[in-house]
Design a binder for this molecule. Sequence first.
Ligand code: AMP
Ligand code: MG
Length: 352
Amino acid sequence: MSQPDRVMQTEIARTDNEVNTNDTVRRAVAALQAGEVVALPTETVYGLGADALDPEAVEKIYAAKERPHFDPLIIHVPHKNSLYEVAEVPAEISKTVTQLVETFWPGALTLVLPRKPIIPDIVTGGLSTVAVRQVNHPIFHRIVKNFGGPIAAPSANLFGLLSPTSCQAVEDQLDGRIPLIVDGGACGQGLESTILKIEPGENKPVIRVLRPGPVTEVELKKFGKVVFADKNADVEESAPEAPGMLANHYAPRETPLRLLERPEDFSPEEGKTYALLSYRGQPKDGFVDLYDWDEVSVLSPGSGRVAEAGIRFFHVMRQLDMLDVDEIIAEPVPDRGVGKAILDKLRKAAVK
Ligand code: AMP
Ligand code: MG
């Protein structure tokens, strides 16, 4: 499945003016039609896209990322109604599905539904369900609309490493492995989509969050009872269905990371160097003045709090990983809103 590093030339296609954007859209669509993979900007993170209905094209995604085939891909549809071409929507949840699609699409919400036979096994890892989203990004939108069919696209990183939120971050990991990256600038949301499954429930629908993300519990609870997969008794049942939720993911490449619940838990080793990944950079949180850190990087230096931290998370992690320190020590972030998604990633990035 894996391929050697840097076997091809990777081109970067710009989108900084109308003329080159038109050309880039044409090139990306032509590449997808030719069964190639293309890295594409979205509002969450960069995706590595291919024709979702062409198993050979999809195989190139797994190869470039060195991603195991049991980890299924999200498919991205051109129109809201395209959902019904790729997934079955059971009658007992159809009202909720319609409400969620009308409220959050295009956007950072992925729905897991029974799949239609048109979806190849390689996309779903053989599961009976398929994960579907409509992206809210102007360049991606033009590409998927002109392509005219679903695009399978996981995050454009090597399996298990940090998700990319800029063209440069994609290049760092996939240069020489893919033919084309569409540079759409920095991603506006910075965290992967919220993934959920809907079940009928007794009094109201159950919204089972398989992966926390930018669409939060507060926004979802208008539509049903929100249950998080990791807090539920049937984790074992749901975990293999959302492999991105398993341990050891989102890890920095070079530098181990440790998440500390409390400042008192930190006991530095002599001769080692440490960087602090701080939530707000506030001494009153107890971490900033705890130690003579080699570097302090702040997730939310402005007043945006968890939302700002979410936008900056992968970018800041990448910068820390490029420093020459022995270990990254992370402060906890609040377990609410987008903070849930950040905490989830910090826990998975941490060395066990
Ligand atoms: P990525 O786009 O790289 O963030 O990865 C997509 C993630 O979507 C996978 O790791 C799974 O967790 C999730 N996913 C994709 N398809 C399904 C599915 N049919 N059921 C549950 N989760 C899915
Ligand atoms: Mg991923």
